[in-house]
Design a protein around this ligand. Structure first.
Ligand code: F6P
Length: 343
C-alpha cells in the first residue's frame, strides 16, 4: 500500500476516491487468487447463462462481478455502478461522489485455456442533477474519467493505473499481498513494427482498412518498407498491456457482420479506460464513426453498453492508419477529424 499511497499523494487524489480505488484493488487480489486456483477451486467452466451482451457467462465472470459489486456497495462514496455483466445501472449511495464502471473479467474466453484475463475499471464524478440509477450518470465523455486502470492476471498480476497523471505499472507481491510500483511512467513509443488484430475478421472490414493491413503485411519491399509482426491475445487487457509495455498498435475496427452494431468493444468499461491509460503514456486512441475519426475520450455515449471501434497505441502509427481510413489515394484531401486539437 505504501507505493500506491505515494502515488495517490503525488497525484493529489481525494481521500474518498482513494478509498474507492483501494476497495477495487482489494477485490482484484481475491480475483487473482481465484484465477490462480482455477480448477482447484472449481471456478472454471460456464454457468450456462448469457449476459446482457449475449455471451455465455463463465463461472469466474460471475464470481468476479459479485465480488466487485459486494465490495463497492459498502463504500458510501459510490453513487452508482455499471458492469459489463449487468444490463442496468445499480444505484448505491445518493450522496456518493463517484460512479464506477468495470468489466469484471475481460477476455473470459481465455479462462479455460490458462490464458491472460483481467479486470478493467474506471471512475467518473457522480452527477448531482441526475438520478443515481440513471444511465445518464455514465453518459459522460471519457475525458471526465478521474481514474482508469486494469489488473492483468497473467504469469504475474500487474496493475496499470492512471489518476490523471502518468500511467504507472505495479506488480502484485504475492508474499505481502501488496501492489509494488514497478514502472513509474509507462511510455508508448511513437513508432512501431508490431500490430494486434483478429485477422479472421478481414473479410468484414472496409476496403480502406483492408488496404492498411495489406500494406503492413507487405514487408520490407512493400510501401511501408519494413517488416511488421502480429500478436493477438483475444483479451484486450493483455493486448493493451503489451502496447503499454513494449509498444505497438491495437485495433478492433468496425466490421460488416452486424450492420446495425458494427463494433465489438464497449466504450464505457473497455475503450475509455484503455484510451486514458494509452494517452497518458504518450499514445493515441481513436474510433471510426460515419465519415469521421473521433478521439475516443471525446465520444459522448448514448447507451450504457455502447460499442465502438478502437485503434490505439503508437501515435505515429495511429495517424497513418487514420490516413488509410480516409482513402490512401486521396491523402491530400482533408481528413475529417473531430476535435483536431487532439490530433
Ligand atoms: O470484449 C471482449 C474481448 O474478449 C476483448 O477483450 C478482446 O479484445 C476481444 O473481445 C476478442 O475478440 P475476438 O474473440 O473477436 O478475437
Amino acid at each position: 500500500m505504501r507505493d500506491l499511497q505515494n502515488c495517490f499523494n503525488q497525484d493529489a487524489v481525494a481521500a474518498e476516491l482513494q478509498s474507492v480505488i483501494t476497495n477495487l484493488l482489494d477485490v482484484t487480489k481475491e480475483i487473482a487468487l481465484a484465477v490462480r486456483q482455477a480448477a482447484l477451486a472449481d471456478v472454471l467452466g460456464s454457468v450456462q447463462v448469457q449476459n446482457v451482451q449475449g455471451e455465455t457467462q463463465k463461472k469466474l465472470d460471475v464470481i468476479a462481478n459479485d465480488l466487485l459489486k459486494a465490495a463497492l456497495k459498502k463504500n458510501i462514496h459510490v453513487r452508482a455502478l455499471a458492469s459489463e455483466e449487468d444490463e442496468h445501472v445499480i444505484a448505491l449511495h445518493n450522496s456518493g461522489r463517484y460512479v464506477v464502471a468495470f468489466d469484471p473479467l475481460d477476455g473470459s474466453s481465455n479462462i479455460d485455456v490458462n490464458g491472460q484475463v483481467g479486470t478493467i475499471f474506471t471512475v467518473y464524478p457522480g452527477l448531482d442533477n441526475v438520478a443515481a440509477d440513471s444511465p445518464l450518470q455514465f453518459f459522460q465523455q471519457g475525458k471526465n474519467q478521474l481514474c482508469a486502470g486494469y489488473v492483468l492476471y497473467g504469469p504475474s498480476t500487474a496493475l496499470v493505473l492512471t489518476n490523471g497523471g502518468p500511467t504507472r505499472c505495479f506488480t502484485l507481491d504475492s508474499h505481502h499481498n501488496e501492489f509494488v510500483l514497478t514502472n513509474a511512467k509507462l511510455q508508448v513509443p511513437q513508432n512501431t513494427e508490431e500490430f494486434s488484430i483478429n485477422m479472421a475478421n478481414q473479410r468484414f472490414w472496409s476496403d480502406n482498412f483492408k488496404r492498411y493491413i495489406a500494406d503492413l503485411l507487405a514487408g520490407e519491399t512493400g510501401v511501408r518498407g519494413k517488416r511488421f509482426t502480429m500478436r493477438w491475445n483475444a483479451a484486450m487487457v493483455g493486448d493493451v498491456h503489451r502496447v503499454l509495455t513494449r509498444g505497438g498498435i491495437f485495433m478492433y475496427p468496425n466490421d460488416s457482420r452486424h450492420p446495425r452494431q458494427p463494433a465489438k468493444l464497449r466504450l464505457l468499461y473497455e475503450a475509455n479506460p484503455m484510451a486514458m491509460l494509452v494517452e497518458n503514456a504518450g499514445g493515441k486512441a481513436c474510433s471510426e464513426a460515419t465519415n469521421k475519426i473521433q478521439r475516443i475520450l471525446d465520444i459522448v455515449p448514448d447507451a450504457l453498453h455502447q460499442r465502438v471501434s478502437v485503434i490505439l497505441g503508437a501515435a505515429n502509427e495511429v495517424d497513418i492508419c487514420i490516413v488509410y481510413l480516409f482513402k490512401r489515394d486521396q491523402v491530400d484531401q482533408p481528413v475529417l477529424i473531430e476535435n483536431e486539437e487532439a490530433y
